[in-house]
Design a protein around this ligand. Structure first.
Ligand code: CO
Length: 156
């Protein structure tokens, strides 16, 4: 099922009305909202992805006041060991590529870049994650990654 449809079904309560708790894997548990701000914070800083989900969607919001050019944020999923390398290639890719090097295959998933008041989302296949592997998310905007990072784990 397309994730937009899943989100719509959940938002309207149709999923819960039709099939109750057994449909959690189709809706709420396969979706997380991450807030970002002008203080380089990601909230929450840890995300658990249930292995029962086929796809997982992150919605990133920016509640700060600064525009994208000054305080841009994205949400980029990598193995923890790849965080610094991906931050580096992102910085080299620069604003023209929204701080993502399209040839960097270490990027598992990434959202677009947003500024004040913006929101964006990214959906990835959960089978890209492995139990026991350590994953991280970061913002690849120049200079943000040392502070703007969090962890992701696959929940069996
Ligand atoms: Co940022």
């Amino acid at each position: 099922m397309a994730h937009q449809l899943k989100k719509w079904l959940f938002a309207t309560g149709i999923v819960l009305a039709i099939c109750g708790p057994t449909c959690n894997a189709l809706a709420a548990d396969c979706f997380a909202t991450v807030e970002s701000d002008d203080a380089l914070r990601f909230t929450p800083s840890h995300i658990e992805v249930p292995a029962s989900c086929q796809d997982f969607t992150i919605k990133l919001t920016h509640v700060g006041r600064l525009p994208k050019a000054a305080m841009g944020h994205n949400w980029v999923l990598v193995k923890s060991s790849d965080l610094e390398g991906v931050a580096r290639t992102g910085m080299l890719a620069g604003a023209a590529h929204e701080y993502i090097d399209p040839t960097d295959r270490r990027v598992i998933a990434h959202s677009g870049l947003i500024g004040s008041g913006g929101s964006t989302s990214v959906t990835f296949a959960v089978n890209k994650l492995q139990v026991g592997q350590s994953y991280a998310f970061l913002c690849t905007f120049a200079g943000h990654s040392p502070i703007m990072q969090g962890t992701v784990s696959l929940k069996p």
